[in-house]
Design a protein around this ligand. Structure first.
Ligand code: FES
Length: 274
């Protein structure tokens, strides 16, 4: 059978779903840091999701999908064996994989899944890789076992202190820096977390990359929905990103464009793209 069959689907922690999808063409060309745009049905909104893993020879990709709005709820209602109407990708520029020395990857929310392929590729390139993941409580942490296979050290933080350090990625970064030099920091998670950790890494003088998650519609640089300002330049996250220098991102603009107004604007755009 053709199509984008859902090979595996489970709720890994509340509201966070692991999807394994048959998508041979995406798997064949995927590189670390890239994403796909999914449409659960022909009439669904387009939603971007970072690739968590893939296998070109078996022809599948995997994603972690957080249930936050209508389109992710639609996806979450699918069951293994169902088909997804559209999977476009791989999209975006991959992370340049170089040996930087020691790299710390910070992940929160869906970012815990999204840092996996970056960690794997950076470690293969000879870096010492530290993964630092955060959640509100221990039962919301996931994929620790998978992450341990691709990093030298896994650090955990919870807001309530139920596992690891009390706090988040920012505390883990500060602790790591007190112990050893960090040559590159990469953060993936909600905008609030990325903004906060970026401020800390700036004060510590650590080169920082973030994977931005603005609203996206076409994913091809045509619609303008994912416009962000980075170092005074207008960039489209879908084609110029999603990975950018965290210290140059205009976080205020990003936060305001993710507001309810932007969502309505994008729904209208979405209809005109169809
Ligand atoms: Fe990037 Fe449309 S989603 S320009």
């Amino acid at each position: 059978a053709g199509g984008f069959a859902l090979l595996e689907k489970r709720e890994i922690v509340p509201n966070m779903h692991f999807f394994k999808i048959r998508a041979p063409q995406v798997a064949k060309f995927a590189l670390p840091g890239q994403f796909v745009i999914l449409m659960a049905k022909e009439t669904s909104e387009r939603s971007p999701f970072t690739l968590v893993d893939w296998d070109a020879s078996e022809g599948w990709i995997s994603l972690v999908i957080e249930e936050v709005g209508r389109s992710s709820r639609e996806l979450a209602s699918l069951k293994a064996g169902d088909c997804i109407a559209h999977v476009s990708g791989p999209l975006g520029l991959p992370l340049p994989i170089e040996n930087k020395g020691t790299v710390l990857l910070g992940g929160g929310c869906y970012g815990i899944g999204a840092i996996f392929p970056l960690a794997r590729a950076l470690r293969q390139a000879g870096n010492r890789v530290i993964c630092a993941i955060e959640a509100s409580s221990s039962y919301l942490l996931y994929r620790q076992e998978e992450l341990r296979t691709v990093c030298d050290e896994l650090l955990l933080a919870t807001k309530d202190g139920s596992e690891g350090v009390q706090g988040g990625v920012q505390e883990l970064l500060a602790q790591a820096v007190a112990r050893e030099p960090i040559n590159q920091f990469i953060a993936i998670g909600c905008t609030f977390m990325m903004r906060m950790v970026t401020e800390i890494s700036r004060s510590l003088n650590i080169p920082t990359l973030v994977a931005l998650n603005p609203i996206m519609v076409d994913g091809t640089g045509m619609c303008g929905a994912c416009r962000v300002s980075v170092g005074e330049k207008t960039q489209f996250a879908c084609v110029d990103g999603p990975i950018f220098d965290g210290h140059s991102v205009d976080w205020d603009e990003l936060a305001s464009r993710r507001s309810a107004y932007a969502r309505q604007e994008v729904q209208a755009l979405s209809q005109s793209v169809d």
